[in-house]
Write a protein that binds this ligand. Structure first.
Ligand SMILES: Cc1ncc(COP(=O)(O)O)c(C=O)c1O
Length: 465
């Protein structure tokens, strides 16, 4: 996610530039009309990002005809891989019927029924157009329900880009507003260290009576890159219940991925509200807030009137648009029995094991870790002994993991992996999908081994064996 200049005189960069002239040309054109030539901060990359023409299953192709095993996975939206035939058929069928009715339709009801069936805490659903909108609405519902102003959240956890959530994720860990955000708004957010349960308890003690909600990524920051101990989530559930604080699980990434019912099913913990997006809409735009009926009913004028409270406002041209609903339904129906999810989990477990074997054989002091479909590479800038972290990655802590993100080895690894036919997510690592198979595994392992040799040759990493 850096905009840092690439290494000069680097064969890894030079080979990437040689292989991707079409991507470079499109990037130059894009820079004239798109700030930084991108449309999402995490797509920013030096010397230039890939320009992709098409994708199928676990693979995608760039404008220069290079093929990649893909671990970006539509930023985590594509649990079934690219262009799954059933999802495409559902979309095509809906396209022929129209893209927007400006009215109610059956697909939104079926879609909501599937969410209620699969997500343990979901009693009702309100669709939005994105995960960002879902967390925005969840916070509004919590404030309306409690009449309290403050929100508690964890440093490093990502909840979209709206003003309440724009700081404390990758910068401004002191809780000050990032540029463009009102300081008054930031002063209503209580940021706590995810590694310090005592700090959490102290914040609840100090601010509890003014806290409307606590929101978190239940497996830890950025899809478990900074793993969160289940004991902290349990503690938070108990304490928020005691204090009348609305607990929001942000399952935009973990929903329908960690288990069919998301992280809440895996942890056996029920939040009050859940935010969903990504897999929910099968790779098309879409999001939702789901949860307790009494909270969702604040959006219902009759129910609100009955309780003598003001209704919560919510509009949105593209909420539950029929094409996203069709893709979402097709996707959830394929994930419903859990077998595709289990397949992706098995793939990721094997991949993590094999990549750690490669790391060891290369004599590089890194760690590949993760749970469920996740694989994350810790590039260990401080040269720590990683024996304890291999057994319990949460012992690395959020500061160390976040600090490692700026290490130059990461960008070099991404470029080298691309040369060897694999596109990984920026953290570095990726989510696996149910579309990844044996041939993707072998290609990834081989590409990782070759990339480590490239990095060693440039002295970006040292061998310690
Ligand atoms: C946990 C989490 N919450 C919220 C969001 C925001 O979702 P969207 O990009 O759909 O606005 C994301 C996106 O990556 C996310 O990972």
């Amino acid at each position: 996610m850096t905009g840092a200049p690439p290494f000069t005189n680097s064969p890894i960069v030079a080979r990437y530039v040689d292989r991707t002239p079409g991507s470079a040309a499109l990037h130059a054109r894009a820079e004239r009309v798109l700030p930084a030539g991108v449309t999402h901060d995490s797509r920013l990359m030096q010397p230039h990002q890939l320009a992709v023409t098409h994708a199928k299953g676990a693979r995608k192709w760039d404008v220069d005809g290079n093929e990649y095993v893909d671990y970006v996975g539509g930023h985590g939206a594509l649990m079934l891989g690219h262009a799954h035939p059933d999802v495409m058929a559902a979309v095509a069928e809906q396209l022929a019927r129209g893209t927007h009715y400006g009215a109610n339709h059956e697909l939104e009801v079926i879609w909501a029924e599937l969410v209620v069936e699969m997500v343990p805490s979901a009693e009702m659903v309100r669709f939005t157009s994105s995960g960002t909108e879902a967390t925005l609405m969840a916070l509004r519902l919590a404030r309306a329900a409690t009449g309290r102003p403050l929100i508690l959240r964890f440093k490093g956890h990502f909840h979209g880009w709206h003003d309440h959530m724009a700081f404390g994720f990758q910068d401004h860990f002191d809780g000050t507003a990032s540029t463009g955000v009102l300081p008054e708004l930031a002063s209503n957010v209580v940021l706590v260290d995810p590694d310090e349960p005592d700090e959490l308890l102290a914040a609840l003690e100090t601010h509890g009576h003014r806290l409307a909600a606590a929101i978190l990524e239940p497996t830890g920051a950025s899809y478990g890159q900074v793993p969160m101990p289940a004991s902290t989530v349990t503690l938070l559930r108990e304490e928020t219940a005691k204090r009348g604080i609305v607990l929001i699980f942000d399952e935009v990434v973990t929903g329908f991925r960690v288990a069919r019912g998301g992280a809440q099913e895996a942890l056996g913990i029920r939040p009050d509200l859940t935010t969903l997006a990504k897999i929910l809409a099968g790779g098309l735009p879409g999001g939702a807030v789901a949860g307790r009926r009494d909270l969702l009913e604040l959006l219902d004028p009759k129910a609100a009137r009955g309780r003598g409270v003001e209704k919560v406002n919510h509009q949105g041209t593209y909420n539950a648009n029929p094409v996203s609903a069709a893709a979402g339904i097709a996707t959830l129906e394929l994930l419903r029995d859990g077998s595709a999810i289990a397949k992706a989990h098995d793939y990721a477990a094997t991949l993590r094991r094999r990549l750690n074997e490669v790391v060891k054989a290369a004599g590089v002091n890194w760690l590949v870790y993760g749970q469920h479909t996740g694989w994350h590479v810790f590039v260990n800038p401080e040269g720590l002994d990683l024996t304890a972290a291999a057994a319990a990655p949460e012992t690395l802590g959020y500061r160390r993991i976040k600090a490692a993100k700026g290490h130059p080895a990461i960008e070099q690894l991404r470029l080298a992996m691309r040369r060897h036919g694999v596109d990984i997510a920026p953290w570095p690592g990726g989510p696996a999908s149910a579309a990844h198979d044996e041939s993707d595994l072998e290609r990834t392992v081989q590409a990782f081994a070759s990339s480590l040799e490239d990095l060693k040759a440039e002295r970006v990493v040292d061998a310690h064996a």
